[in-house]
Design a protein around this ligand. Sequence first.
Ligand SMILES: NC(=O)C1=CN([C@@H]2O[C@H](COP(=O)(O)OP(=O)(O)OC[C@H]3O[C@@H](n4cnc5c(N)ncnc54)[C@H](OP(=O)(O)O)[C@@H]3O)[C@@H](O)[C@H]2O)C=CC1
Ligand SMILES: O=CC(=O)O
Length: 412
Amino acid sequence: MGIDWSWPSLTLRPKPRTLPLLCLSKQAYAHKNASFFPKALTYSRTKTWVSMSLFIKTSYCQHFTSTAMAMCSSFCPQLPTRFRGRPICSFPSKPLFSLSFKAMSTQASNASSQGDKLPANLGFLGIGIMGSPMAQNLIKAGCDVTVWNRTKSKCDTLISLGAKYKSSPEEVAASCDVTFAMLSDPESAVDVACGKHGAASGMSSGKGYVDVSTVDGATSKFISQQIKATGALFLEAPVSGSKKPAEDGQLIFLTAGDKSLYETVAPFLDIMGKSRFYLGDVGNGAAMKLVVNMIMGSMMASFSEGLLLSEKVGLDPSVLVEVVSQGAISAPMYKMKGPSMIQSVYPTAFPLKHQQKDLRLALGLAESVSQSTPIAAAANELYKVAKSHGLSDQDFSAVIEALKGKLQQSTK
Ligand SMILES: NC(=O)C1=CN([C@@H]2O[C@H](COP(=O)(O)OP(=O)(O)OC[C@H]3O[C@@H](n4cnc5c(N)ncnc54)[C@H](OP(=O)(O)O)[C@@H]3O)[C@@H](O)[C@H]2O)C=CC1
Ligand SMILES: O=CC(=O)O
């Protein structure tokens, strides 16, 4: 086996004082203590965890060691929660500095012989706006990734980066230990998981299926049943965070389902994301995601009204964006999307059709528990109007156009 003993490279702030701090090993992972420093646990192309010494800035040491100790004492803390007593685990998963690994040692036999076998091959189904950067981050981290997408050409970049390609979800699932899926909506998620030549046909005991698409709980439970009927494990793991967070590995995973699969895939979630929540039974991750996106859809609709109203009364909407950004109602979304909305430009990060789908599903969730959600219902109508104006594939901030249409009609 080719062994390259060069040091992992480390990005530090200017002129750091450095000192040797610790050595992480597969044994650390076996004791479930290594999650406090996920980027240090890199899975090599030769299918093993690596031991490595790290050098970090002196001033980080106190924070780092106390964090490490806290995480060692409790890998999976039960945080107080009002969510119907469901267990919630949250892990901020980014270290205080970034590492890029040039080299790995090769001790593959040790890892598997000691029962801490980790997934060797990852599958990724659905190479769209989100799936592409997520899979790319896995590949760049050294994972062995096999991809499939309905439109094959979207896999080309990933293949050029080293991904393998299979011609059906079934073949991907059959050849991989864990398969991730990032599909548009409930219909496509079911089709890819359970349809003809779907992933379930290639699943079996010892494998895992992680659905990161945004779907409703009923859909997720159906997929879970189909996957688990094969003997495999299932985790729902929708993400909060858009195209840029996906590119930057800064997503927030909202997971639920098989806890052992959650633990198995945690290092991979940490490559793609900045934090992860384990929310208990299948359906809870979907519900959390829908509530978050219900709020987001209403916020964007309200922001759109504000931008247009400010302009109509003679204010500069870009000053409004600045004022909002400095106050208690600030949200990164306003500052990020406001300037382009003022220019009537909507470069797609989160397609409007997906935001409307999420509002529709959230309203269904609310109805299932007789919760009144009039603001979200009104926002949903606005997104439906925007869709009917042909804006489905624009960014969801294009919802402002639906209000312009109404204003134009009402002033005629
Ligand atoms: N974009 C964002 O900011 C975020 C999106 N999400 C959620 O992530 C999911 C994916 O979103 P995103 O990547 O933006 O969407 P895209 O529209 O870019 O990608 C959708 C993917 O689903 C595939 N697909 C759609 N229909 C089918 C079908 N019938 N059979 C097989 N494959 C199908 C598409 O394949 P093809 O290329 O062939 O069309 C594509 O790979 C959605 O559930 C969305 O709500 C969550 C967080 C953020
Ligand atoms: O689902 C969209 C997001 O930005 O999160």
